[in-house]
Design a binder for this molecule. Structure first.
Ligand SMILES: NC(=O)c1ccc[n+]([C@@H]2O[C@H](COP(=O)([O-])OP(=O)(O)OC[C@H]3O[C@@H](n4cnc5c(N)ncnc54)[C@H](OP(=O)(O)O)[C@@H]3O)[C@@H](O)[C@H]2O)c1
Length: 275
């Protein structure tokens, strides 16, 4: 990873933070993106790394972030779209979109789109942090991605994590031939700050003593597949357009392979992020 430019969103905590530490130790120039200034600056100082603050529930902040990144990095070797989480009751962002969908999917769709020319010129690897929730909780109605008709926090999270995989596959289909390599992965069930802002049952699993009973793994173990995808060679060590768990291709929700759904999600995401 010596000298490779690796941009990680959601790097101020949990899995992204563990991945940033490991990739830095392997010689990468890691760029830390976080929402909390305190946490983000603390890690940037620890790693002597560049950092940027952006709240992904505001798309203008994502646009400003992309502008700064493009002005600073003529080459990007790895973009890890990792920020995300599960939230509470249905909430709209300042942009008027369902928050779970925007923070986990739409903001990363926009960031990747704005960086795309540089990513292609760099033959970059793009890694999307998805979740086993794509299979467990998703009931995606592609005609209602803002979940106006039907909402629960678990379903919103599952849908968003399925959207991460649909985006992974569609991005690979559209631009893979131009040299980018895209993958999604499930990190495992990892003891992080995950679900701390949620009313989901998952909050009790992750943020109470129950977490010791269900045997969550460490952030370092959770980051292993991200680090592996970032530091190995696509088409040799792993197959672009796929969803991984523990460094192996993993089964997804059946809808993940529906190209019409992926195209529809892409078109809607484009329309929603047009400034
Ligand atoms: N933990 C698990 O078991 C598990 C399982 C499957 C998938 N995942 C996925 O793994 C990824 C990382 O989660 P984690 O477990 O490491 O949780 P975490 O410790 O809560 O970290 C989440 C990261 O996302 C950032 N973030 C959250 N909301 C944001 C927003 N509105 N704008 C910008 N950044 C925001 C946080 O920033 P701040 O801390 O600066 O606010 C933090 O850096 C997420 O995509 C999550 O869905 C986790």
């Amino acid at each position: 990873m010596q000298g490779k430019i690796v941009i990680i969103t959601g790097a101020s905590d949990g899995i992204g933070k563990a991945a940033a530490r490991e990739l830095k130790s392997q010689g990468a120039e890691v760029v830390i993106i976080g929402r909390s200034p305190e946490k983000t600056i603390a890690l940037a100082q620890e790693l002597d790394a560049m950092y940027y603050i952006a709240d992904f529930s505001d798309l203008n902040k994502v646009r400003e972030l992309a502008e700064k990144l493009l002005a600073t990095y003529p080459r990007i070797d790895v973009l890890a779209n990792n920020a995300g989480g599960i939230f509470g009751k249905r909430e709209l962002t300042t942009d008027g979109f369902e928050k779970t969908m925007q923070v986990n999917h739409l903001s990363h769709f926009l960031l990747t789109s704005l960086l795309l020319n540089t990513l292609i010129a760099s033959k970059a690897t793009i890694i999307n942090t998805s979740s086993i929730a794509n299979g467990l909780f998703a009931k995606l109605d592609i005609h209602d991605i803002n979940m106006e008709r039907r909402y629960s926090s678990n379903m919103a999270y599952g849908n968003a994590k399925l959207e991460n995989i649909l985006f992974t596959k569609e991005l690979q289909r559209r631009y893979g031939a131009q040299g980018i390599s895209v993958a999604a992965f499930h990190p495992g069930n990892v003891a992080t700050s995950f679900a701390s802002d949620s009313n989901s049952i998952l909050r009790f699993m992750y943020q109470t003593p129950l977490k010791r009973m269900i045997g969550l793994t460490s952030p370092e173990v959770g980051a292993e597949t991200l680090v592996w995808l970032a530091s190995t060679t696509p088409n040799i060590d792993w197959q672009p357009g796929q969803y991984y768990y523990k460094k192996k291709i993993e089964k997804t929700n059946a809808m993940a392979d529906d190209e019409n759904v992926a195209k529809s999600l892409w078109r809607q995401s484009e329309a929603m992020t047009k400034s």
